[in-house]
Design a protein. Structure first.
Length: 485
């Protein structure tokens, strides 16, 4: 009861402050439990997201609203409604070119053990799958987020982390806040839970300093605020244009054209004949077997009507729509005919053949390279919180990354090229080991190789010294039979 009264008092207090135009910061609004006003400070892209989801789902395309044709004295004709999943195809190809293969991580400086904590964390949290899901949702809905939930295990009390992907289609609403130079200073995500027969609304806020968990009560909000243990917003917000941006009208036109063609095919699917009245009168019993039709005079007529043939203009438009939709969205055509013969092409030739996909890949790198770098920094901060004894080693790590090529290279040829460079003295052993990327601990691998080389050299020198001290006697050929006198 006291909690309910407090919610009422808080509600009217916030109403009074807002009516007087009192300027409050986000933190003050959260402390005052004025969540509605706090959300107004954040970016709201719900309209753009809803429109993208509508275009991505074929069941909500405009072609599905084609009216049926009502016929006098007969059942209405249900018009064909043939949507296509063009948006999904374009989005999947975009995803393949950017993240078809896992991101490549490489340690430049720091402790190998600390770097192993980093790579183990990515494996435990299924990072490769999570980042692909986040990218797919961002391409489909224009925004998504990758969040790291920090909590304590109820049974053991241990610090735990759970990575999750947030997007509108997965039940979350995203609200970022950026400063004037583009840095994200706060973010919030909303969702609902079921408690008995009630649906409870939640909004969770994050800044570099605090974590706020807000739950809608019967009157007002219940708010819990905690310090942020990592000192960073533990969420990466992805925003990009729709993968099919710019091709919406052509996609709609293609679907309408296919649907109208389907209606025409339906109309002429059963044979249609044109006959004069005297001929029709002789066909009094449609169930009577027979293959003869009686023509009573020269003017009698009976003939089948052929369906209209597809015009060259229509076929030309369909082909143009197919090509232009892919070209305008920088999407290579991966149909069966286009893929014939690619198995024998070199990596450079394949890249040239799919240059549109690589152009779009480089365009998307402008968005995702910075965000992956931010995610790397978040992971290091989280690991420093999980392993306080390793904080110094983790914070001194310098880790680089690059997006892997979508088409796998010939590893044998690559390894041979690196070996040739090393043997020619053009690269050092350390550089060669790093370029090979066969180990997560390149420093230890270099030490092992140097130790093995030193041992081999020492063994070779020892064998040489033994030969000098104990020279071998000349070989004497002993005949098998005694020499006769």
């Amino acid at each position: 009861m006291n909690n309910y009264l407090q919610q009422i008092l808080t509600y009217f207090r916030n109403l009074t402050l807002n009516s007087f135009g009192v300027n409050r910061s986000l933190y003050q609004l959260l402390q005052d439990k004025d969540i509605s006003r706090a959300l107004e400070m954040l970016q709201n892209r719900d309209d753009e997201v809803d429109e993208a989801i509508k275009e991505y789902n074929p069941q909500t395309h405009d072609v599905m609203k084609r009216p049926n044709k009502y016929r006098k004295g007969d059942d209405p004709y249900i018009t064909e409604k043939l949507p296509r999943t063009r948006a999904r195809y374009i989005n999947e190809i975009e995803l393949f070119f950017l993240l078809g293969n896992p991101i490549l991580w490489k340690k430049e400086e720091g402790d190998d053990e600390a770097y192993k904590l980093f790579t183990d964390f990515l494996d435990e949290q299924y990072f490769n799958s999570r980042i692909r899901k986040a990218k797919r949702l961002a391409g489909a809905e224009t925004e998504s987020a990758l969040i790291c939930h920090i909590y304590r295990d109820d049974r053991t009390g241990e610090r735990k982390v759970k990575m999750n992907v947030l997007a509108r289609s997965t039940g979350y609403r995203l609200r970022p806040l950026f400063d004037t130079i583009g840095n994200m200073t706060a973010c919030a995500y909303g969702y609902t839970t079921n408690e008995g027969s009630r649906t409870i609304q939640h909004w969770d806020f994050q800044t570099a300093d605090i974590l706020a968990f807000c739950k809608k009560g019967r009157m007002g909000w219940e708010v819990e605020i905690f310090p942020n243990p990592t000192g960073k917003i533990n969420m990466v917000y992805f925003q990009q244009p729709k993968a099919w941006d710019g091709a919406e009208q052509r996609i709609n036109r293609e679907e309408m054209l296919d649907s109208k063609t389907g209606d025409t095919n339906n109309y002429f699917s059963d044979p249609i004949a044109a006959a004069t009245a005297d001929v029709i009168q002789t066909m009094v019993d449609p169930n009577k077997p027979g293959k003869l039709i009686q023509l009573t005079g020269k003017s009698s007529k009976f003939e089948y009507i052929n369906p209209p043939q597809a015009s060259e203009t229509r076929e030309s438009e369909k082909n143009d729509l197919h090509k232009s939709i892919l070209f305008d969205t920088f999407t290579p055509d991966f149909d069966t005919e286009a893929m014939k013969g690619f198995g024998t092409l070199s990596g450079v030739a394949i890249r040239n053949a799919f240059i549109l996909g690589f152009i779009k890949r480089d365009n998307r790198k402008e968005v995702y390279e910075e965000l992956i770098g931010r995610f790397r920094n978040i992971v290091i901060a989280i690991l420093a919180y999980l392993y306080p004894d390793k904080r110094a080693a983790l914070e001194s790590l310098k880790i680089k990354f690059e997006f892997a090529e979508p088409f796998a290279d010939d590893k044998q040829a690559k390894w041979q090229s690196i070996a040739n460079l090393y043997q020619a003295g053009l690269v050092s052993l350390e550089t060669a080991v790093t370029m090979l990327s066969l180990t997560d601990a390149p420093e230890q691998e270099v030490e092992r190789l140097l130790a093995a080389a030193a041992l081999k050299e020492q063994q070779k020198k020892s064998d040489s010294d033994n030969e000098e001290k104990n020279p071998s006697e000349p070989v004497v050929n002993i005949p098998k039979k005694p020499i006769s006198a």
